[in-house]
Design a protein around this ligand. Structure first.
Ligand code: HAS
Length: 543
């Protein structure tokens, strides 16, 4: 075990971050099963209302916010140092590690001791313990140091390689962290202006103000989760198949669309909020549909790469599909993640339609949407990539490899049963984030049918998650089994001889993004403040 802390500082940094991320995944997953069973009608497991909201907060924060962030930080440094082969600023990484770990511990303590039951969206006027907000602020500010370290490392590489194009995976990592900075500036403003005065001084809050700043952050946040997954698809799938990515240019254009359009679209989370001009909601909806096209480009690019490889292996019209290495968990996991993303994406397009949003908002449909996006497209990709990281980063062999082969399939079967039934329950009106679903006996029977079937799916993918966590932890402790090498040789299937073009001009895309963010948010914020704030006192149950 001690060897985990040996080697270059960059690798130790990545191991700590990825190891911590997997612990958070296990904890958050456990909370997920508990709250799932507790809200399933007829289940023998029933927690109190206070515990339900506490563990639901833990489920969201540990998985959606912390697992993703720590994994992405570790993955970034692991990949950038290997691909760019340029030093990264260690001091910045050290500051980043200390601040993010401290932030995570503070937030976790407030949740685990029952002082924060505000869910991961921490909507005002619900109030949590100040540790929760201070922890969140430290987590975010600390992560910026990793972003700065990557940006500096890239600039150093650019100086040494003035004419070379940016490798696709580095383009993806840069896009990820640019989107993160775009996303987190508004939430830092939200925490400093609204939440800390509320938590520390009991100041009153304006609900719309808090929500508007939150969703200014909340939507680009989802692309911060998604972009590293897409980066891994672009990087590892062609490498595994021994072919070039179908189109590098298309991949970079997709990343550029994410940089430009990820942020000025947050109002699609507020389509039902009063006090926001309908024309602005419409503008954000149109921009959302544009960012959706970046995901379609990605799907096309990956599918064309698969077909290229399958045909090269001798497959015909549809025969190329069976020529693909479906028994390799890294490959199958990533493709199943992409397929699940197809369903997540379609439900997302439905969510962003003004009229349809009125049907699905705050129902369990949304739960179906985000378990196929962040819960599978992202989480499954990170899990299966970890099999390769076990060998390449942790110097371990993967135990129980035959179970690792089953894990992605089991996960996706469970997720589909779960998400489909939760989506149907949502269409029938079943709410999400609600402790008592009986509504005093008035709830329609059909909700119960769907929610019970959904719980079966939930238990199946929880089992798949447990298999993954056990394989990961036991592989670290036991070190027997198979070596899974996927990252080692830089990127042999990417021809890097091309000169850099306007597509590689990242600065230009940042400028365009800033202009669009100003256009997308200046009027909503102007309207918000010019119509005057309606302040209400905070609500703090159990503090
Ligand atoms: Fe979303 C709510 C709209 C993408 C996550 N989203 C959420 C929430 C989360 C979340 C966590 O407009 C809940 C927040 C909360 O707690 O309140 N979302 C969208 C849209 C997209 C989208 C338009 N979401 C994501 C991603 C997420 C994520 C990515 C995480 C990583 N979402 C919404 C809206 C709401 C929302 C509203 C608010 C709802 C409400 O009222 O509360 C788009 O980016 C999606 C684009 C994707 C596509 C799909 C491309 C096609 C593919 C298919 C390929 C596979 C094939 C099969 C064809 C258009 C990838 C291949 C076959 C083989 C054999 C290989």
């Amino acid at each position: 075990m001690r060897d985990i802390f040996k080697g270059s500082f960059e690798d130790i940094f990545s191991r700590i971050n990825i190891g911590f991320a997997i612990i958070l995944l296990a904890l958050g997953g456990l909370f997920g099963v508990l709250q799932l069973l507790s809200r399933t009608p007829g289940s023998p497991i029933k927690v109190s209302a206070a515990t339900y909201y506490q563990i639901l907060t833990g489920h969201g924060v540990f998985l959606a916010v912390a697992f993703t962030l720590f994994f992405i930080m570790g993955l970034t440094v692991f990949m950038s140092t290997r691909i760019l082969k340029v030093d990264i600023n260690r001091l910045l990484l050290k500051i980043s590690l200390c601040m993010t770990l401290l932030g995570a511990v503070l937030a976790a303590v407030s949740i685990l001791t029952g002082k924060a039951r505000v869910l991961y969206t921490f909507y005002a006027p619900m109030k949590a313990h100040p540790f929760f907000y201070i922890g969140a602020a430290l987590l975010i500010l600390g992560s910026w140091f990793t972003a700065f370290a990557l940006f500096l490392q890239y600039l150093k590489w650019r100086k040494q390689n003035p004419d070379r194009e940016i490798p696709v995976p580095i383009f993806g990592l840069l896009a990820t962290w640019i989107v993160w900075i775009e996303a987190t500036i508004p939430v830092v403003i939200d925490v400093l202006k609204v939440y800390l005065p509320m938590a520390l001084l009991g100041a009153s809050v304006d609900v719309l103000e808090a929500r508007t700043w939150f969703w200014f952050f909340g939507h680009p946040l989802v692309y911060f989760w998604l972009l590293p997954a897409i980066t891994l698809w672009y990087y590892l799938i062609p490498k595994r198949l021994g072919v070039e990515l179908f189109s590098k240019k298309m991949a970079k254009i997709a990343f550029i669309l994410f940089i430009i359009y990820s942020t000025p679209i947050g109002l699609h989370h507020q389509l039902v909020d009063p006090g926001v001009d309908a024309r602005l909601k419409y503008l954000h909806t149109v921009l959302t549909l544009i960012v959706g096209s970046a995901s379609m480009l990605t799907a096309f690019n990956i599918l064309a790469t698969l077909e290229r490889a399958g045909r090269k292996a001798g497959g015909g019209f549809f025969g190329w599909i069976i020529k693909l290495p479906w028994r390799d968990p890294i490959f199958s996991g990533m493709i199943l993640a992409l397929i699940a993303f197809g369903f997540g994406g379609i439900t997302g397009i439905i969510n962003t339609s003004y009229q349809l949003n009125n049907v699905v908002h705050n129902t369990s449909w949304i739960v179906g949407h985000f378990h196929t996006t962040v819960g599978t497209a992202v989480a499954l990709t990170f899990m299966v990539a970890s099999y390769g990281l076990l060998t390449e980063l942790f110097n371990r062999k993967v135990i129980a490899y035959s179970l690792a082969r089953i894990h992605p399939y089991l996960w996706v079967i469970g997720i589909f049963i779960f998400s489909m039934n939760y989506a149907l329950a949502g269409l029938a009106g079943a709410p999400r984030r609600t402790y008592d679903l009986t509504f005093g006996g008035m709830a329609p029977e059909i909700w119960y049918t769907y929610l019970k079937a959904g719980a079966v799916g939930g238990v199946i993918f929880a089992l798949a998650g447990a298999i993954f966590v056990l394989i990961f932890i036991l592989s670290i402790l036991v070190n027997k089994g198979e070596e899974v090498r996927i990252f080692k040789f830089g990127n042999p299937h990417e021809n890097l001889n091309e000169k850099h073009s306007v597509i590689d001009n990242i600065k230009l895309w940042i400028v365009v993004a800033v202009i669009l963010i100003i256009l997308g948010y200046s009027i909503p914020l102007y309207q918000l403040y010019s119509q005057g704030l309606s302040l209400v006192p905070p609500v703090a149950k159990g503090l």
